[in-house]
Design a protein around this ligand. Structure first.
Ligand code: FO1
Length: 318
């Protein structure tokens, strides 16, 4: 792919988003890629601040992630978890020994008064992350999922209950008073910005918290660069996670085109999988340029190729 000029800002959740972000980092030098990451999944466990989506992006970019499990570090050991289970067998969230170092470092630095943005930058420098990761906000936001089992904190729904309860509503506590990370406002105001990418993350759980931050949607709409999203739905199913199940529960049709419609006020371009190519006409009718390409990111090569398609659609739309 020809060398691209300008900077790109990606909006990402956890595992699915991190795969595309890894592909983007293969195509762009570190100075040209910044990633806004959802922090509404963050919570405290064992007294430590856990930021799952920041860490999924950090580990994927640093090539330290476990592809099979989808989250956490490769070559992980679980001695501490086993010892904790001997003390209390109610452990439902798995923290690996090496992963624990990240949470310890972050928790200590936050307690010492550092910002999450600074701590994330330090972790990125230490672990060899080839792009800037920007937490969506410095304030704490907590996803609460209202289900047929009652109200659940996000990780209770996602990990402890394995996304099985039927979702009725999702609420982001703290969002109204949270502020968009000033580093994101600067990135959006940068004249070198060339495109914005909404990664194939869960629209309701991962992208919504970012877009719903006060002023975020408006700021994205005001910037005069193409906004391109990639569908997390392929052939009516989510590549990973509960997105398709939630669409069904929230009465949204389980198709890629429904995701385009969900983001429509923001989008200039939308990428869907080749398997859904017949939906391109529907999407194009809403004024959004649609491209159908192989979008399954199972290898580094496929991540790079999807990133190249995304960047080339942006180039076309500039
Ligand atoms: N996901 C699981 O399904 N089970 C776990 O025990 C688990 C532990 C975990 C620890 C650290 C971390 O950074 C992520 C972890 N995840 C785990 C993934 C995480 O819950 C989700 O992928 C995200 O919150 C959704 O984006």
């Amino acid at each position: 792919m020809a060398t691209l000029s300008g900077k790109f800002l990606a909006l990402s959740g956890g595992v699915g988003g991190a795969k595309l972000v890894r592909g983007l980092a293969e195509c762009l030098p570190p100075s040209q890629l910044q990633v806004v990451v959802n922090t509404a999944d963050d919570f405290d466990y064992w007294g430590l601040r856990i930021c799952p989506d920041l860490d999924s992006n950090l580990y994927a970019l640093a090539d330290l992630n476990d592809e099979q499990r989808g989250w956490g570090l490769r070559d992980e050991s679980w001695v501490t978890l086993e010892a904790m289970r001997r003390l209390d067998d109610g452990q439902w969230f798995q923290l690996g020994d090496r992963d624990l170092a990240t949470h310890l470092y972050r928790t200590q630095a936050l307690a010492a008064g550092q910002s999450l943005t600074d701590v994330t930058r330090q972790l990125g420098e230490r672990l060899g992350c080839p792009a800037a990761l920007l937490p969506m906000t410095e304030q704490r936001v907590a996803t609460r999922v209202f289900t047929d089992m009652g109200e659940l904190a996000f990780q209770e729904y996602f990990v402890r209950e394995r996304c099985e309860p039927r979702v009725e509503k999702v609420v982001f506590d703290g969002l109204d008073t949270a502020q968009l990370n000033p580093a994101i406002i600067s990135a959006l105001a940068d004249p070198a910005l060339r495109g914005i990418i909404i990664c194939p993350s869960n629209p309701f759980l991962s992208v919504d918290p970012i877009l719903s931050l006060p002023g975020c949607r408006e700021a994205l709409m005001q910037v005069n660069v193409p906004v391109v999203a990639i569908s997390p739905i392929v052939s009516g199913a989510a590549v990973k996670g509960p997105a398709a199940k939630m669409m069904h529960e929230l009465d949204i049709p389980r198709r890629a085109a429904a995701v385009a419609e969900y983001y429509c006020d923001l989008l200039d371009g939308f990428i869907i999988d080749s398997a859904d190519a017949q939906q391109c006409d529907d999407i194009a009718q809403t004024g959004v340029a649609c491209r159908a390409v192989p979008s399954m990111m199972t290898t580094l090569d496929s991540k790079r190729r999807l990133a190249e398609e995304t960047l080339s659609l942006i180039e076309e739309l500039v």
